[in-house]
Unconditional design. Structure first.
Length: 274
C-alpha cells in the first residue's frame, strides 16, 4: 500500500440503535444530530480513504478475526424492528488484501489473529456507514473484538494496526458511549452524564494519562451503569491505541439522546477538512 505523509485520523463513533437509518418514518428526527455528525466525516478527512477498517461492538471472537469476504453479506443482528429492516442492503465491497495486511500486523504485534472468509456486515457497521458513505463505494473490512474484552489488549490492537493510517485506511471503532438497555431514556440522564463527563475529561487528557484512565475505566463514575457489559466501549480502546499520542476532538455530543442520554463520538488525530 502507498504511504501517506499525513496519517488519517482514527474515530470512535456512537452508532445508534439497530437499523435506525431505515426507520426515519417511525423515529422522526431522533437521530438527526448523530446522522449529521457521521455525514460530516468525509469533509473532515478532506479526501476519500482507500478503505475502512471497522471494529464493531457487535463482533466478538476467540482471537482477533478479520473479515476476508470480498462480497460481505448482511447480518441482521437485531430483533423487534419493522419487517423491511431485515432486507436492507449496504453493498460495500470487502478487501481480502487489506484483511491479509491486518492479520499480518496483528500477529507481528504478538496478538492472535485469523481471517473469517464468510463473515458479513453487522449493524454496528452498516447503520453508521450508510450515513458516512451512502453510496457504499468505499471498501470496508471488519475486525472483531476479542472475547474477554481486556482494555489493554485492545489498546495494543490499536497500536498494531496504526500503520494503516499512513496507508490510506480509515480506522473506525463503532460502539456507543452509553449502552445500558435496561436503563435507557430520561431516567438515565444523570448517570449517563456522569460517565460522559468522565469520558470527555479522559479524552482531553495527555496521552499517558488518557491511556491510564481508559485502562481503569470501570472505576469511573457510573461506569458499570453506563456499561454493564463493555463491548460498546471497547472499540474506543482500539481507536485510541491507533493514535495514542495525538489529540482528540469530540465530534458529536448530545445530552438528550433517546429522551435524556448523554452520548458522544471522538476523532483522534488531525482533520484536513477544516
Amino acid at each position: 500500500m502507498t504511504e501517506r505523509n499525513t496519517p488519517l485520523p482514527a474515530y470512535f463513533i456512537s452508532h445508534g440503535g439497530g437499523p435506525w437509518p431505515w426507520m426515519k418514518k417511525e423515529m422522526g428526527d431522533t437521530y438527526a444530530q448523530l446522522e449529521a455528525s457521521l455525514a460530516d466525516i468525509p469533509r473532515q478527512l478532506g479526501h476519500t480513504p482507500k478503505a475502512i477498517l471497522m471494529v464493531s461492538a457487535h463482533w466478538e471472537a476467540p482471537v482477533f478475526e478479520v473479515m476476508g469476504n470480498p462480497k460481505p453479506p448482511m447480518i441482521y443482528d437485531y430483533g423487534g424492528f419493522p419487517a423491511h429492516t431485515y432486507s436492507v442492503r449496504y453493498e460495500a465491497p470487502g478487501s481480502p488484501g487489506l484483511a491479509a495486511r491486518v492479520k499480518a500486523l496483528v500477529e507481528a504485534a504478538g496478538l492472535p489473529a485469523a481471517i473469517d472468509a464468510e463473515r458479513g456486515f453487522d449493524h454496528g457497521m452498516f447503520s453508521p456507514m450508510v450515513a458516512i458513505y451512502p453510496r457504499a463505494d468505499v471498501p470496508v473490512v471488519q475486525l472483531s473484538l476479542r472475547r474477554g474484552l481486556d482494555p489493554a489488549e485492545h489498546l495494543a490492537l490499536g497500536r498494531a494496526i496504526a500503520p494503516l493510517r499512513n496507508e490510506g485506511v480509515l480506522i473506525i471503532g463503532s460502539g456507543l458511549s452509553y449502552h445500558n438497555l435496561r436503563n435507557f431514556g430520561p431516567q438515565a440522564k444523570g448517570v449517563s452524564k456522569e460517565f460522559d463527563d468522565w469520558l470527555a475529561d479522559t479524552m482531553n487528557a495527555a496521552a499517558a494519562e488518557r491511556i491510564e484512565r481508559l485502562g481503569a475505566w470501570s472505576s469511573a463514575p457510573s461506569a458499570r451503569i453506563a456499561h454493564p457489559r463493555e463491548e460498546h466501549l471497547i472499540p474506543l480502546m482500539v481507536a485510541v491505541g491507533a493514535a495514542e499520542d495525538e489529540s482528540s476532538e469530540r465530534i458529536y455530543h448530545e445530552d438528550s439522546f433517546m429522551g435524556g442520554l448523554s452520548v458522544s463520538s471522538y476523532r483522534l488525530g488531525a482533520s484536513s477538512g477544516d
